[in-house]
Design a protein around this ligand. Structure first.
Ligand code: SAH
Length: 347
């Protein structure tokens, strides 16, 4: 595979163009073109420079292969990478702007029992540029520019575990938030992790004030181990300690995701245990009704039961919401679309 030009920061591009015997200002032209979602062959530079760059770098590292539009307006994208691998992403319209969900790995090795991304394990990490390109090409496809963006918020909640691809994800975050580029503020970015504790401490030191989101799904370690193998490595207590550290460093409230799985984690006793665990902490709980994955035997709960669970949290003073289900008709859950495309059930 060729290298990926969108991995480079603006400063790194300056060094690169001088190696190509070009003046530094060319870096700015290249950078602005790339940030607008252009391919190398479309960059506003000389044909000779375009050819020279194309010899070493992928012309189009990420391409929208398919777009699916849900009846609620949510768009789901299937992206093709230059090596033929596929990842997926979603664009959701909220009152406060459009939120894009991006993938950080092809597949995933975390093995969560409810998740479609991990069905065939990890294929490979995405590079910083491949993560960024998902946003650049959706912004372009949606008619956005650098001045008037079509993507306002970003969530790292597509396929992959972001903290299992730490270096590339940090580089991506720096390039995403850099002045003069697509420039999405870290405050509008949420990173979701299954709870790789040492990396949460590392993230707290990076000085990137993003919203940290933890996939909790169970309050006691034994129950959590049944649905999330990562719980064998890190306990809930260790996760909470790391979150407290993250708050101390960034002053950012953290968020817990809790997917309601029938017969597993959604009785009154589970709700009360969640209240006891999180009471008084600077956090928010996002309840999700499980998106049923056909390869998995777990089922979702009804709306009534979900609201009952939410009611218990609220009555006990927790800040909590039930996430609106969006795009359920187009394979909204992590990895569902790629899995369906690969097995031939979606064309
Ligand atoms: N690897 C990261 C990001 C992944 S997905 C993480 O684990 O946080 C974002 C959220 O969707 C996670 O909370 C994940 O546990 C949850 N999720 C995955 N599959 C799901 C499904 N089928 N239904 C509901 N939530 C799901």
């Amino acid at each position: 595979m060729k290298k990926i030009l969108q991995d480079y920061s603006r400063a790194e591009l300056e060094t690169l163009v001088t190696r190509f015997g070009e003046k530094k200002f060319r870096a700015e032209q290249i950078y602005l073109g790339l940030m607008q979602g252009k391919r190398i062959s479309e960059l506003p530079v000389s044909p000779a420079l375009r050819t020279a760059l194309s010899e070493q770098f992928e012309d189009e590292p990420v391409r929208i292969l398919k777009t699916f539009v849900s009846s609620d307006g949510t768009k789901k994208y299937l992206f093709a990478l230059a090596d033929g691998n596929l990842v997926e992403g979603v664009l959701m319209a909220y009152q406060y702007g459009n939120t894009q969900c991006v993938s950080t790995q092809v597949g995933c090795r975390m093995g969560c029992a409810f998740c479609a991304s991990t069905l065939n394990g990890l294929v490979r990490n995405l590079t910083a540029g491949e993560i960024l390109c998902q946003i650049l090409c959706v912004n372009r496809a949606e008619g956005g520019s650098l001045k008037t963006r079509a993507v306002h918020n970003v969530v790292l909640m597509g396929s992959g575990e972001p903290l299992d691809n730490y270096e590339h994800v940090i580089k991506f975050l720096r390039n995403l938030t850099a002045e003069g580029g697509i420039c999405i503020s870290a405050r509008n970015v949420s990173l979701s992790t299954c709870g790789i504790v040492p990396k949460i401490y590392d993230l707290a030191e990076e000085g990137i004030p993003l919203n940290l989101t933890i996939s909790l799904h169970a309050t006691d370690d034994e129950a959590r181990k049944r649905i999330m193998p990562v719980a064998k490595a890190y306990s809930v207590a260790e996760i909470l300690k790391a979150c407290a550290y993250y708050f101390e460093k960034t002053k950012r409230r953290y968020i817990f995701e809790y997917s309601l799985i029938d017969g597993e984690n959604c009785d009154q006793a589970h709700a009360l245990a969640l209240c006891a665990l999180l009471k008084g902490k600077p956090c928010h709980v996002n309840l999700i009704r499980l998106n049923e994955v056909k390869e998995r035997s777990l089922s979702s709960v009804g709306e009534k039961q979900a609201y009952r669970f939410l009611g218990i949290l609220e009555k006990n003073g927790l800040s909590a919401t039930l996430r609106r289900q969006m795009g359920a008709d187009i394979g909204g859950a992590c990895g569902q679309l790629r899995a369906s495309y690969l097995d031939g059930s979606v064309k």
